[in-house]
Design a protein. Structure first.
Length: 221
């Protein structure tokens, strides 16, 4: 009787661990993600390409991709939103994409993180609120430590809200951010100071050129 009870406990623990592992979402999960869009019937610019009880993944459509001639393809930048239902927030990141115009009105899309080793394709990201407004900026860093430890590399992210450029919070990572759980990244928002805590000149962590090139002016949900 006790053995059966023990077996039930073990099974329950294993099941709980398994559910927890498979319910996590990482940016790397979009690697080689493929989907098709019908340019004639697709009216929205925000397309949900994955959804479960914990997360949704959105693709921000650039309608200029629909100008390809049939039979031709092109490489470009994909804007992806990883939305956590636990935190009711999303992370906007930029990755690589391949677009191919296969037949009339049909376009095939293939996504890649574009990350190489511990370097990210585009290190500038943003955290969005439930209405997809910009709430925080994220910058991913990966660099060698100064001598005599220059053989050791350090990875971290800098988080800063969009209203107060002095409230920077640095969070250490074990490696490339694309392998971090989305919820683990979002859990660090509480560490961002709410008030000015620096007497230095305050600067945004995202450069103006990045804002212009990699962030839509407004995301229409």
């Amino acid at each position: 009787m006790e053995l059966k009870q023990l077996n039930k406990i073990i099974i329950l623990v294993v099941f709980t661990i398994s559910v927890n592992i498979f319910s996590q979402l990482k940016m790397i999960d979009i690697e080689n993600k493929k989907f098709s869009i019908n340019s004639k019937t697709q009216k929205q610019n925000l397309i949900k390409i994955s959804d479960d009880n914990n997360y949704s993944i959105y693709y921000i459509l650039n309608r200029k991709d629909f100008h390809l001639k049939k039979g031709l393809g092109t490489n470009g930048i994909a804007k992806i939103i990883f939305f956590s239902k636990k935190y009711n927030k999303g992370i906007l990141a930029n990755f690589e994409q391949m677009v191919f115009h296969t037949k009339t009105n049909i376009y095939n899309f293939s996504l890649r993180t574009g990350s190489h080793d511990n370097y990210m394709f585009v290190s500038s990201m943003a955290i969005l609120d439930k209405d997809f407004n910009y709430e925080y900026f994220i910058k991913y860093h990966y660099m060698p430590l100064p001598p005599p430890k220059n053989e050791i590399y350090k990875a971290w992210i800098t988080i800063q809200d969009t209203r107060n450029f002095c409230n920077v919070s640095d969070i250490d990572l074990k490696g490339n951010i694309v392998y971090e759980n989305i919820d683990d990244i979002l859990s660090n928002i509480s560490k961002v100071p709410k008030e000015n805590i620096s007497e230095k000149k305050c600067n945004p962590v995202i450069y103006d050129i990045d804002l212009k090139d990699f962030f839509p002016e407004k995301i229409i949900k």
